[in-house]
Design a protein around this ligand. Structure first.
Ligand SMILES: C[S@@+](CC[C@H](N)C(=O)[O-])C[C@H]1O[C@@H](n2cnc3c(N)ncnc32)[C@H](O)[C@@H]1O
Length: 201
């Protein structure tokens, strides 16, 4: 187990759980403005992203397919005195959730291209093209995002930014890139999604 400070919070990282990294910090930065109400964090890992804004929220559902990550997130909320706001759930993306809507939804998914098709490491592998989770997220998002809600997710420039924006548009929502950081061979972006406002006649 390792320990670090993330945005003023104590975060422990259990063995086998994705440690807070560049992509985690990019999403934390993008969430600084406008966190309020009820939130959903998908692919929560240690829970560090949600934890960074948890004191501004009424409640947060943090979900991961890895039961150790969910245990880890619970521990981190408890260590920071915020477990009263947390509902931590094990599951595959939106599938364990009842019909409900959130003011804020965010996700740092596995998005790395994994073209060899070997045994997948769920914490980083986005499958061939890296869109294994991203596509399912965009398809399911509209049903859980409140009317005035906002969603933010991380992806790589190698995953196809236009592909995501076109899919978002096709699902009746509007997307835009709100942050970007460049590395030698790729960039990481945060895409913000909202419902498309009704057309005026
Ligand atoms: C890149 S890590 C991000 C962890 C954390 N949010 C962060 O930013 O540090 C991706 C996380 O997605 C989880 N994950 C992978 N596939 C999933 C799925 N189908 N449903 C829910 N979580 C999933 C992994 O277990 C892992 O914790």
């Amino acid at each position: 187990m390792s320990r670090l400070r993330v945005d003023g919070k104590d975060v422990v990282v259990f063995q086998g759980v994705y440690p807070p990294s560049e992509d985690t910090f990019l999403l934390i930065d993008a969430l600084r403005s406008g966190a309020a109400g009820g939130a959903l964090e998908l692919c929560c890992g240690t829970g560090a992203v949600g934890l960074s804004i948890a004191d501004k929220l009424d409640s947060i559902t943090a979900l991961d397919i890895n039961p150790i990550a969910v245990k880890n997130a619970r521990q981190n909320y408890m260590n920071n005195g915020l477990s009263g706001r947390l509902d931590a759930v094990v599951g595959d993306l939106f599938s364990p959730l009842k019909k409900q809507s959130f003011d804020l939804i965010f996700m740092n998914p596995p998005y790395l291209l994994d073209e060899e098709g070997g045994p997948e490491d769920l914490s980083w592998s986005g499958g061939e093209g890296g869109r294994r989770i991203i596509d399912r997220f965009i398809e399911g998002l509209g049903g859980f995002l409140g009317e005035e809600g906002r969603a933010l997710f991380v992806q790589s420039t190698l995953n196809g930014i236009d592909e995501s924006l076109d899919m978002i548009n096709g699902e009746g929502m509007v997307g835009r890139v709100v942050s970007k950081v460049n590395f030698q061979f790729e960039g990481l972006v945060v895409i913000e999604v909202r419902h498309r406002p009704p057309q005026k006649d």
